[in-house]
Design a protein around this ligand. Structure first.
Ligand SMILES: [Zn+2]
Length: 210
C-alpha cells in the first residue's frame, strides 16, 4: 500500500529504457526484463545473465556504485536461473562466495552475500555467509589467464571447523555475482565437497563472454 502511494509520487524509472517501471517494488520494467537472453550452463555452473550491454551496466551500478536498490531486480534473474537449472527443493543451504575483506571494507558490503541472502529468503532456504572463509590475500584474478586463475585461487577457501557439521551431507547452493573462467566457483565447490558436502550447485548472476 505504502509502496503504491510512493510510486504515485516518486515513479521508479526503469534503468534500462527510462520508462516508469510497471513492476511493484522493482526498477527494471517487464518489457526490458523479457529482453534479456538466457545463458546455457557450462562446467557445471549455471548463470542468469550474460555480463554485457545492459546487464553489465546494471551489475556495475550495483557492485561498484553501491546502487543497492537494484538488488531485488538482479535477484529476479538469479531466482529464475536457480529454478530453471536446479531442483531447489533439494537444497539445504545457500552460501555466498566470500569477498576479500579489504574490498568488503572499502565498499561496506559483500555484494554476492546480498544477492545470495535475498535469493535464500525468496526460496525459503537457510542462508549462511560464514561457511566459507578466505585464506590470505589472493592476487586479483582480472590480470590472469584461465590456467593462471585456477592456480591463483587454489587453496584459497576453507570451512571453519565450527561449521563442518553445517556442511556435512548437505546440498549447498553456492552463489557468486560474476563468473569469468569459473575458477572461483569451482574451487569453492571443491572446498565444500572436501568438507563433506553431499552436493554443491554453483550459480552466478552473470557470465562474461570470454
Ligand atoms: Zn524498461
Amino acid at each position: 500500500m505504502l509502496e503504491s502511494i510512493l510510486d504515485l509520487f516518486f515513479p521508479r524509472e526503469c534503468p534500462v529504457c527510462g520508462n516508469p517501471s510497471d513492476r511493484p517494488g522493482r526498477h527494471v520494467c517487464s518489457d526490458c526484463l523479457n529482453r534479456f537472453s538466457t545463458v546455457p550452463p557450462d562446467a557445471g555452473i549455471a548463470a542468469a545473465l550474460w555480463f554485457d550491454g545492459t546487464a553489465r551496466r546494471l551489475i556495475h551500478e550495483f557492485k561498484f556504485r553501491s546502487q543497492l536498490h537494484l538488488c531485488e531486480d538482479l535477484v529476479d534473474f538469479l531466482e529464475g536461473a536457480a529454478l530453471v537449472h536446479y531442483d531447489v527443493a533439494k537444497v539445504d543451504l545457500v552460501v555466498p562466495i566470500p569477498s576479500v575483506w579489504f574490498r568488503r571494507w572499502l565498499r561496506g558490503y559483500n555484494q554476492s552475500a546480498l544477492l545470495a541472502k535475498s535469493l535464500a529468503r525468496r526460496l525459503k532456504l537457510p542462508f549462511d555467509q560464514s561457511i566459507l572463509r578466505r585464506k590470505g590475500l589472493p592476487r586479483r584474478q582480472a590480470s590472469l589467464d584461465s590456467a593462471g586463475r585456477a592456480k591463483n585461487i587454489r587453496g584459497t577457501f576453507r570451512v571453519p571447523a565450527r561449521k563442518s557439521a553445517a556442511v556435512k551431507g548437505k546440498t549447498i547452493l553456492l552463489v557468486d555475482d560474476i563468473r569469468t573462467t569459473g575458477a572461483t566457483l569451482l574451487e569453492a565447490r571443491k572446498t565444500l565437497l572436501a568438507a563433506g558436502a553431499k552436493s554443491v550447485l554453483a550459480l552466478a548472476l552473470a557470465k562474461t563472454g570470454e
